[in-house]
Design a binder for this molecule. Structure first.
Ligand code: GLN
Length: 273
């Protein structure tokens, strides 16, 4: 079979863009280059893998897990079912956190911890942009931290790792805490493709979706220095909750909510006065 035949086959089963992405990945080209090799004969092994993958896609497995990687902030992160698929919106948390660090610490190097790092997407992307920042990646899941370690090695950044449940019994102090923790309510309706494939440990956070923020903020005083920055991704209805939680556990701080590109409240920045 030639490339063109396989595109036609894929299109009859799944969305044509996805079919092309799958085949391009297997042929080692990008989706545009694929269109320049339409007459090329495809080895049988690739044909079989491709058909198997089209089937998986049709059954509702996310393409990022099938291909095994995702572009986040301009770097390719390898992922598997032990970690959340890094989201486009989270890139904005990285960009805004980097800006805030530059503003607050223009010349000094800072100690930063990424809580619930998953694939390492946030912490590693910050380290890529600000090489002087000392980055620690933390996760409760050993399997997730393995993915983060793999990505840090592949992307050639030197970072530290901690397996722990957020800040429970953690002695170290940091200048910057960044996190995109689980924040979905136990009974919240979410897309099937997310619910059926991504780790629930990385998605759900109790009846109000606030368990992780509470867990972090209730300990945070012991783990931040006098001058600090806390940066969270949040669900778009959680702004008020986070403002309330901050006032419960902290004093003398600035707080700001930043919207994502879709104009939804999606990030909270809390920093010392
Ligand atoms: N920090 C990771 C990310 O943003 C994982 C987040 C999570 O598992 N809740 O992609």
């Amino acid at each position: 079979m030639i490339v063109d035949d396989l595109i036609v086959y894929g299109k009859s089963k799944v969305h044509s863009d996805l079919a092309k992405m799958l085949l391009a990945d297997l042929m080692g080209v990008n989706s545009l280059e694929l269109l320049t090799i339409l007459d090329q004969e495809v080895p049988e092994e690739i044909v079989n893998t491709y058909k198997y993958r089209v089937d998986e896609l049709r059954k509702g497995r996310p393409i990022q897990y099938i291909i095994g990687n995702v572009n986040f902030c301009g770097n390719i992160f390898d992922i598997n079912e032990n970690v959340l698929i890094p989201r486009f919106e989270t890139e904005q948390l990285v960009v805004n956190t980097v800006e805030k660090i530059k503003e607050l610490w223009p010349n000094e190097s800072v100690d930063l911890i990424d809580l619930g790092t998953g694939s390492g997407a946030i912490g590693i992307s910050i380290k890529k942009r600000l090489p002087n920042v000392n980055v620690t990646l933390l996760d409760i899941s050993t399997a997730a931290l393995e993915v983060a370690k793999h990505n840090a090695t592949k992307l050639e950044v030197n970072v530290k790792y901690i397996i722990n449940d957020m800040l429970e019994n953690l002695a170290n102090k940091y200048d910057v805490i960044v996190s995109n923790p689980p924040y979905i309510k136990t009974n919240e309706e979410i897309e099937d493709i997310v619910k059926n494939n991504e780790p629930h440990l990385a998605l759900y956070a109790g009846d109000d979706g606030l368990d992780c923020y509470k867990k972090i903020l209730s300990h945070v005083k012991e783990n931040i220095k006098n001058k600090f920055l806390i940066a969270f991704e949040i669900g778009d209805t959680q702004k008020e909750d986070l403002f309330n939680l901050a006032s419960t556990y902290l004093t003398d701080y600035n707080i700001e909510c930043i919207k994502d590109f879709s104009n939804r409240d999606r990030m909270i920045f809390i920093w010392s006065k």
